[in-house]
Design a protein around this ligand. Structure first.
Ligand code: FAD
Length: 331
């Protein structure tokens, strides 16, 4: 029987993240088509196993391999890689899925190297056609959509997915068996020392997980002006992003930067305010489902790439939109 292994991730509240749930549900859909088993691996520290069992069970997971030790609370590339590869070798799965997160980007290439498996990173879709598994990914700053087929002889087939891009069907919940696996880590080999973990002070929606993003470019002029974007984001339950020009100008922190050298996002709705639409910005948000641009220059390149455009001053338009969203959403 075929088997699928999914590397799940947890957030700072130790809940399974939304992108992990999307991948698990998609993996369940594929497992049902293949009549395969679905196992989830979770590595971390101080995890509430019962809570996790429920969350993973609701995604249709058959079995959970939990490596839960205080020393693993913070991500440690060396330890996590060793544990992940050990589990892969023990489980010998046909497919391994994960998020194209900082953890996924570290662990999946290493796992591919150590297992000889085929690897496709940052994919946006997956389909079974006949006996073949196809994944889709954008390339060359979203200019090309590549459809990739894994060769049958490649086992395991490893895929990381861009958050928010998968559209899984509903699944029946399960009550997964939890297998507690020992990490057997040798602390003396630890090459990194974490002095402090600073938790985010706000409950703001994370950029890479957000279903709606409102971003401001150089036109914002300063950090204080971002207030109108944050207020609108609060009404919409959205996250706030920025262009590199805004970040380089010191208007917004790098953690908010979207683009080739910032975060890659794929929300349902991306509202670009005072952003010209440079190729490097597009590289990070071009796979958004609907793009709305607000720019006072009718010839700005972003108007060639957006679904809806408003030619006007963002400082006039955004407050009106905020009030209109508030009115509509209160109904
Ligand atoms: C290697 C490399 C990597 C890069 N990585 C990134 C990246 O990750 N992310 C990124 O964003 N960029 C990146 N860039 C930079 C990119 O090329 C652009 O310079 C940048 O995206 C421009 O940002 P912007 O659109 O905010 O600014 P600008 O290009 O200056 O555009 C500002 C826009 O605001 C409009 N505007 C001005 N005032 C208003 C107003 N009041 N109301 C409405 N509209 C107004 C203007 O008409 C203009 O279109 C990278 C560049 C390089 C070379």
């Amino acid at each position: 029987m075929a088997s699928i292994l999914v590397l799940a991730e947890i957030n700072q509240d130790k809940d399974v993240t939304k992108p992990s749930k999307q991948i698990l549900l998609t993996a369940r859909n594929i497992a049902d088509e293949l009549k395969a088993n679905l196992t989830s691996v979770l590595i971390g520290g101080n995890i509430d196993a019962t809570k996790i069992q429920g969350q993973l069970g609701s995604c249709g997971v058959d079995k959970v391999i939990l490596v839960n030790e205080p020393a693993l609370e913070a991500f440690n590339p060396d330890f996590y890689t060793k544990i992940f590869i050990k589990i892969i070798k023990e489980q010998n799965p046909d497919f391994i899925f994960g998020i194209n997160s900082l953890i996924g980007m570290d662990l999946f290439p290493a796992a591919s190297f150590h297992t000889g498996g085929g690897l496709a990173m940052d994919c946006t879709d997956i389909k079974l056609e006949g006996s073949g598994l196809f994944v889709t990914k954008t390339m060359y700053s979203n200019k090309v959509i590549a459809k990739i087929k894994f060769k049958d002889e490649h086992k395991p087939k490893l895929v990381t997915f861009r958050p928010n891009t998968l559209m899984p069907k509903n699944v029946s919940p399960k009550n997964p068996e939890i297998i507690n696996e020992k990490a057997n880590i040798d602390q003396s080999s630890n090459k990194q020392k974490i002095k402090e973990i600073v938790k985010s002070k706000t409950k703001e929606v994370s950029l890479t997980e957000a279903g709606i993003i409102i971003s401001g470019g150089r036109a914002m002029g300063n950090w204080d002006n971002y207030k109108i974007l944050f207020e609108t984001a609060e009404v919409l339950g959205a996250a706030v992003g920025a262009s590199r020009a805004a970040v380089d100008s010191g208007y917004a922190p790098h953690s908010m930067q979207v683009g080739q050298t910032g975060k890659t996002v794929s929300p349902q709705l991306y509202i670009a305010c005072g952003i010209s639409g440079a190729i490097q910005h597009f590289a990070g948000m071009g796979s958004s489902k609907v793009i709305v641009a607000i720019n006072k220059d009718a010839n700005a390149p972003i108007f060639k790439k957006c679904d809806y455009g408003i030619v006007d001053d963002l400082f006039k338009v955004v407050p009106v939109l905020k009030e209109e969203f508030k009115r509509l959403l209160s109904k």
